[in-house]
Structures are given as structure tokens and as C-alpha cells.
Design a protein around this ligand. Structure first.
Ligand code: PGA
Length: 250
């Protein structure tokens, strides 16, 4: 049984004060079981998140990291430092990082290795553009991104990791993929994992859908067989909305 995940991705939003206010608002209100609630936040907010998560059923995610543990890499965040702080996950390969910061599949693969080596888990993002979808190239593109991202990762490590399918045309646009479109691609990704690894690994890896997930559509998305959760941007930033998302089963 794969435990469902609701993972917030705040992107470049909220300062430490706003983070504190958000955490106060959700304190004592997260479900104790049945769902893994995660918040991905900017590096400057992670200290507050990790302290909060010591007493609350919340897992924490950084939104990016570098692939070296330390050194002369001005402005980068060390995966070892994130692990020392108590972070659980790191989001990698988000389309915004690929598009605006030139991240390549090779960088993403190196980051995945660095994160696992430091006892955290990667949330590996993938997704196609509208042009690729309309040209019938979406499956080939997305499965290629996944194949490159997981190179050299063991079956055991991959089984614990998380993949997030986020069609670029649905991110922040209010345009959600239909639950059937999302299920279709998430299933293709699971089959790709089965072909690269084995059926057991494919059955264990959790695959999320992301792109305009909100309280109004989360239930339908989550009812699909292969969809194990949501990576949520806009709708994760308001405490009430985040709580509604993590309580989607009620
Ligand atoms: P959105 O963002 O929910 O605001 O569409 C999702 C994401 O980019 O992770």
C-alpha cells in the first residue's frame, strides 16, 4: 500500500515571519495518519519548518539543492547541510528550475544521488510542454526525463523516492489536466519504472500529479489508481486550503 502524499511547493513565496504564521495556523490540525503531509519551502524558511515538524505530523522539503556536499559554490545549498537540519525531501527538476535556471537531466540525476547519499529522498519532477503534448510527444519526453533522472539509482532507493508528473501547461494556469489525462501519464511513468527496474519497484514508488491541484479537484485526482498524491503550488500557501487538501479523504 502506497501512503498518499500531499506536498506543498511554496516556490519563492513567504518569509520566515509568514512561515511562522502559517505553521501556527495549521498546528495540531494535520492528520496523524493515512496521508503524508509535506511542505516544500524556500531555504530561508526551512529552519522554522524543521523545528515545527519535530512535534507535528509534517514532513519537510527543500525546493532545490546542489549536488556537492560543500565547497566553493557561492549561493548554492548543500544537501548535507539540509540533511543535518533534518529535512526529509528535496524537490528536484521542477520545470521552473529547468526553464529559468537551465537545469539539465544530468544535473537532476547528480542531485538525486546526492540527496539519497545524505539520507533524504528526492521528489523528482517531470512534465511536458503544451507543444510537446499537441505533437504527440509527451510520453516519450516524460519517460526520457525519468530514465535520465534515475540513472544509477538502486531499486531500493527508487522505491522510497517520489516522482511528480507536472504538465507545464497546467502549472499555475488554473488549467488542470483532467484526472484521466493525469492518470494516463502517471501510469505510463509507472510502466517505465517497471521496465527499467521491476514490477515491485514500480508498485512501491509514489507518483504525484501537480498542476493547479486544489481542494475542489483533489478528490477526483486521488481516486485514480496510479495517482498517489499532489504536488501543490498556489493552493498550498493558505493554511485553510492546505488543511483541506491534506484532509481530502474526509
Ligand atoms: P500550481 O503549481 O499548483 O500552482 O499549479 C504546482 C507546481 O508547480 O508544483
Amino acid at each position: 500500500m502506497r501512503t498518499p502524499i500531499i506536498a506543498g511547493n511554496w516556490k519563492m513565496n513567504k518569509n520566515p515571519q509568514e512561515t511562522q504564521e502559517f505553521l501556527e495556523a495549521i498546528k495540531g490540525k494535520l492528520p496523524e495518519s493515512g496521508v503524508e503531509a509535506i511542505i516544500g519551502a524556500p531555504a530561508i524558511d526551512l529552519n522554522a519548518l524543521t523545528w515545527f515538524s519535530k512535534d507535528e505530523p509534517l514532513k519537510t522539503a527543500a525546493e532545490n539543492c546542489y549536488f556537492e556536499d560543500a565547497g566553493a559554490f557561492t549561493g548554492e545549498t548543500s544537501p548535507k547541510a539540509l540533511s543535518d537540519m533534518g529535512l526529509d525531501y528535496v524537490i528536484i527538476g521542477h520545470s521552473e528550475r529547468r526553464q529559468y535556471f537551465g537545469e539539465t537531466d544530468e544535473d537532476i540525476n547528480k542531485k538525486a544521488h546526492a540527496i539519497l547519499k545524505n539520507n533524504m529522498l528526492p521528489i523528482i519532477c517531470c512534465g511536458e510542454t503544451l507543444e510537446q503534448r499537441e505533437a504527440g510527444k509527451a510520453e516519450e519526453w516524460v519517460t526520457g526525463q525519468i530514465e535520465n533522472a534515475v540513472k544509477g539509482i538502486s531499486a531500493d532507493d527508487l522505491a522510497k523516492s517520489v516522482i511528480a508528473y507536472e504538465p507545464i501547461w497546467a502549472i499555475g494556469t488554473g488549467k488542470t489536466a483532467t484526472a484521466d489525462q493525469a492518470q494516463e501519464m502517471v501510469h505510463v511513468i509507472r510502466e517505465k519504472i517497471a521496465s527499467l527496474y521491476d514490477a515491485d519497484t514500480a508498485d512501491k514508488v509514489r507518483i504525484l500529479y501537480g498542476g493547479s491541484v486544489k481542494p475542489a479537484n483533489v478528490k477526483e485526482l486521488m481516486s485514480k489508481e496510479d495517482i498517489d498524491g499532489g504536488l501543490v503550488g498556489g493552493a498550498s500557501m493558505d493554511p485553510e486550503s492546505f488543511l483541506a487538501l491534506v484532509n481530502f479523504q474526509k
